[in-house]
Design a protein around this ligand. Structure first.
Ligand SMILES: [Zn+2]
Length: 58
């Protein structure tokens, strides 16, 4: 039984998923992905990297 209203982060719809900064692929239920935040000109920039790109060393 799948609950479509479940708000667990591993059930993110592809349209709502963050995109990998390196390959632009949507990151959906990727346990190996990494989120990097940094402050640029007083704004917080968030970069997402999928597990594939991390393991590829990009
Ligand atoms: Zn990637």
């Amino acid at each position: 039984m799948v609950d479509p209203t479940s708000d667990l982060c591993e059930n993110v719809a592809e349209a709502d998923a963050p995109r990998c900064t390196a390959c632009s692929e949507p990151i959906v239920a990727d346990p190996g992905h990494r989120v990097v935040t940094e402050v640029v000109d007083s704004r917080v920039e968030t970069a997402h990297f999928c597990g594939g790109c991390l393991s590829a060393g990009k």
